[in-house]
Every structure is written in structure tokens, then in C-alpha cells.
Ligand binder design. Structure first.
Ligand code: ADP
Length: 386
């Protein structure tokens, strides 16, 4: 079982614990609380019957999910549980089997990711109670980026802050691990070179890879930095934050809410955080929001090409990266100077290689699958631990 626990939601996926890791079902409990409800789907997208709500806690959500799963697979038992954990600090460079001591270590990172880490850990605690016999494995969004050089990890603050952990960690690492692994399988020559992966979803970031290792990422200390996102601001002059606090009189909670939940595509457009709605809208503000999004992607791509000393491949993934031909076109077309471009028909199809044959930079779509990375790591870590 793969779990991704948020503040009021629990996403999960079930895989057969064999070599093939065949997907059996995915599920979502949303609005955990008085309106909490379970939605369950088979791999072909068909809805499976579920026990009724309300589901008020992560624990109740898990028990109800198991009960519903056993209607479809009466003999189902959970062999191991893998958890998406946003922050592994510097210590965790790989998935780890969770013990009480490890759970304590992971609590130390709550101040670094206060909106996600506590809920991820609540998911682990609920799963430990619901499946006491099953090994619990934590998989980290930060781990993939631990190969960054100092110049990418540091801020130009007094050195003591770096030593205290104020540095660029980078996120979306599970997605980058999956996509870079797929790239290595499909095109090993490209994967050995200079690659940028653009994970463009509700959360968005880019990762520069040299020979398969992450050397830079647009997300930094928090998941706010870099590209604008559905509701997050992306790169921001720190002077703006000081101004908001001192001149606008925002409390730190209000500033956090503004930067995480009211900004990005939603803040700029005043219409929606959802790219589909913005693409369908005729409002100039929707156009502005998409323009800003693609402009920032191009800027960061130029910066990443500089960090890599050139570019061999650009790979799109995430809900927007996989589905929006318009965003891909608006990122690539103005960057012909870097060798980028997409073939219109291939871009419209959105599958595989989108650049013209012989183009200097290969542009691709590789659909991401973070759950599968967690499932693999969980099976392997649980086995290794016996
Ligand atoms: P999350 O980061 O929450 O996992 P996703 O990766 O599912 O998010 O991405 C969600 C984003 O993908 C939304 O902005 C949504 O509008 C966008 N998206 C999904 N399908 C399309 C599409 N066909 N065209 C444009 N944008 C799309």
C-alpha cells in the first residue's frame, strides 16, 4: 500500500507485492472530517463500491479503505506500507523503514515543511496502528536532490544558517526519480547527458540532471520557490515578504496563506488555479497568468542550461506537462536559440518524443508515477530489512 497523507486528504494505491507490482486499485479520502468520503477506483478507472462515511480521522479513513478493498479481494492483507514524506532533511538520502526513533527524527523537519510534514507523519502513525504487522517505509521528496553541489544548495546568508539547515533542499524528487528512470530505460544516451525535467502540476518545479544525478532544482528551502504554481507564488524577492509583514501588517500565518494558497495562477488570474479553466477562458487575466507561467519556465530553463553547460533533453511531466500542448508549445517555440522546438502534430498527440527528428534538443513527455517509485522502494526496503 502506498499512502500520501495531506491535512484533510488521504491518497492511496494498492499493488500486488510480487515482482510485477501490478496496480490493483487507487483511492482517495477527501475532506477528512464530517464530510469525509472514500472514492475507490480499479486501474482502468472504474469506480469500485465503498463503505459509507463520514470519515473523521486518517485512521478511520484507512480502516474503511481496507474494509472496502476486502469486498473486492477478500483475502487481501497489507504486506508493507510506503509513505510519501515531503522532507527527509540532509540525513535521509534513501527510503527508510520507520521505527519509533526514525519517526522522532522526521518530526525534527516539521519546522521546514509545516504544511505537509505533520500530515505525512500522521499518516504513518495511523498506518502503524491499522497495520501493526506491516513494515512502514518512508520515501522522501528531498532525497533525490542530495547530490547538489554547494553553490546550488546554499543561500548567501551568514554561514551559520546553512549549518542550521537553511538551504535549498529541492522537492518532487519521487517524480524525478520515476521520470529519469524511464528516460534511462527508453533513451539511455540522453539520460547520460544534460537533461531538464519539468514537473508541471498543481505544484510545479524543474530539475537539472547530469548523467542522471540532480544538480539543480527550482524549488529551494520550501516548496514555494521557483516556478509559479496553482496557488503558490514561486520565486519572490524576499523584500516583498518583509514589506508584507512590516507595511501591510500581515501576521506570519496570513503571509503564509497568501503565498501558499492565494497566489500563483489563481492570484494572477483571479479566476482559477486550474490550467484547464485558464486555457478555456477569454479573460486577459487568464492569458497573463499563462504568460507568466511559461515565461518563468523559460527563464528557469535558461538558468538550468547554464548550470548544465547546455541541454540535450527536456522532459515534461505532471498534469500540465503531460496534457497541455499549449504550455509545451509556449515554452519551446521562443527557445529555438537553445535548440528547442516541438513538431505540432507530435505535440498535439502529447506522447513520447515531441521534437522533430534530428532536433538539437529532444523534447519528450514521460507521464510521472510517484506511487510506483514508492511501491518499488517499499517492497525492496521491506525485503532488505527481512
Ligand atoms: P498535483 O500537483 O495536484 O498532482 P496534477 O499533476 O494532477 O496536480 O496537475 C493538475 C494540473 O494539471 C491542473 O492545473 C490541471 O488543470 C492541469 N491539467 C490536467 N489536464 C489538463 C489538460 N488537458 N490541459 C491543460 N491542463 C491540464
Amino acid at each position: 500500500m502506498v499512502l500520501n497523507a495531506g491535512s484533510s486528504s488521504l491518497k492511496f494505491a494498492i499493488y500486488g507485492a510480487d515482482a510485477a507490482l501490478a496496480p490493483l486499485a487507487t483511492g482517495l479520502v477527501d475532506r477528512i472530517g464530517p464530510e469525509g468520503r472514500l472514492h475507490l477506483q480499479s486501474p482502468d478507472g472504474a469506480a469500485l463500491p465503498t463503505a459509507p462515511g463520514p470519515l473523521s480521522t486518517h485512521g478511520e479513513a484507512l480502516e474503511t479503505a481496507l474494509e472496502s478493498l476486502r469486498r473486492a479481494w477478500p483475502a487481501l492483507s497489507v504486506a508493507a506500507v510506503g509513505h510519501r514524506v515531503v522532507h527527509g532533511g540532509l540525513a535521509f538520502e534513501a527510503p527508510v523503514r520507520v521505527t519509533a526513533a526514525i519517526l522522532e527524527d522526521l518530526r525534527a523537519f516539521i519546522p521546514f515543511a509545516p504544511l505537509h510534514q505533520p500530515h505525512n507523519l500522521a499518516g504513518i502513525e495511523a498506518a502503524m496502528l491499522a497495520f501493526p504487522e506491516a513494515p512502514q517505509v518512508a520515501c522522501f521528496d528531498t532525497a533525490f536532490h542530495r547530490s547538489h553541489p554547494f553553490v546550488n544548495d546554499t543561500f548567501a546568508l551568514p554561514r551559520a544558517y546553512f549549518d542550521k539547515g537553511v538551504r535549498r533542499y529541492g522537492f518532487h524528487g519521487l517524480s524525478y526519480e520515476y521520470v529519469s528512470g524511464e528516460l534511462a530505460r527508453r533513451a539511455p544516451d540522453l539520460a547520460a547527458g544534460r537533461v531538464v525535467i519539468a514537473h508541471l502540476g498543481n505544484g510545479a518545479s524543474m530539475c537539472a540532471l547530469k548523467g542522471g544525478a540532480s544538480v539543480a532544482s527550482t524549488m529551494g528551502f520550501s516548496a514555494l520557490d521557483g516556478l509559479p504554481m496553482g496557488t503558490r507564488c514561486g520565486q519572490l524577492d524576499p523584500g516583498v515578504v518583509l514589506y508584507l509583514l512590516t507595511e501591510e501588517g500581515l501576521s506570519s500565518e496570513e503571509a503564509s496563506d497568501l503565498l501558499y494558497r492565494q497566489s500563483g495562477l489563481l492570484g494572477l488570474s483571479g479566476i482559477s488555479n486550474d490550467m484547464r479553466e485558464l486555457e478555456a477562458s477569454k479573460a486577459p487575466e487568464a492569458r497573463d497568468a499563462i504568460d507568466y507561467f511559461t515565461f518563468r519556465i523559460r527563464r528557469e530553463l535558461g538558468a538550468m542550461a547554464a548550470a548544465l553547460g547546455g541541454l540535450d533533453a527536456l522532459v515534461f511531466c505532471g498534469g500540465i506537462g503531460e496534457n497541455s500542448a499549449r504550455v509545451r508549445e509556449e515554452v519551446c517555440a521562443p527557445m529555438g536559440w537553445l535548440g528547442l522546438g516541438v513538431d505540432p502534430a507530435a505535440n498535439a498527440s502529447g506522447a513520447g518524443i515531441l521534437s522533430a527528428p534530428g532536433a538539437p534538443v529532444t523534447v519528450m513527455v514521460i507521464p510521472t508515477n510517484e506511487e510506483r517509485v514508492i511501491a518499488r522502494a517499499t517492497r525492496d526496503t521491506a525485503r532488505a530489512a527481512g
